[in-house]
Write a protein of this length. Structure first.
Length: 115
């Protein structure tokens, strides 16, 4: 099971702040214009086309956003529901240190409360 994770250090608010950048990058990829992940500031300043908005609205997939506790709880629910024996977690956050911190927080939460 692959999950796109947005659980940066800022918790729910931080996840909400980076989500438009993730949506813009995904829209560009699906529209045949792949490129680097934009920063939250670049995404906020971007003049979205109708096509980009449409693709972003259609393609949310399985995205878990929030605090590490929120995300770990939802991941456990997914594992219980699907019987998955392996998870691949991907965090699309522009800032490398913030992305690493996201993984650290989730790993700590996951280890502290093993299923």
């Amino acid at each position: 099971m692959v999950v796109d994770l947005a659980a940066p250090h800022g918790g729910r608010e931080g996840a909400a702040a980076v989500r438009p950048a993730q949506q813009l990058a995904t829209a560009h990829l699906r529209l045949g214009r792949p490129g680097p992940l934009p920063s939250p500031e670049e995404a906020a300043a971007h003049a979205w086309t109708a096509a980009e908005r449409h693709v972003a609205a259609q393609g949310t997939g399985l995205v878990l956003a929030g605090t590490a506790g929120d995300v770990a709880a939802r991941l456990r629910e997914l594992v219980d529901t699907t019987g998955a024996d392996e998870l691949m977690v991907v965090t699309q956050v522009h800032d490398h240190a913030e992305r690493e911190r996201s993984y650290e927080l989730l790993a700590r939460e996951w280890s502290a409360h093993p299923g």
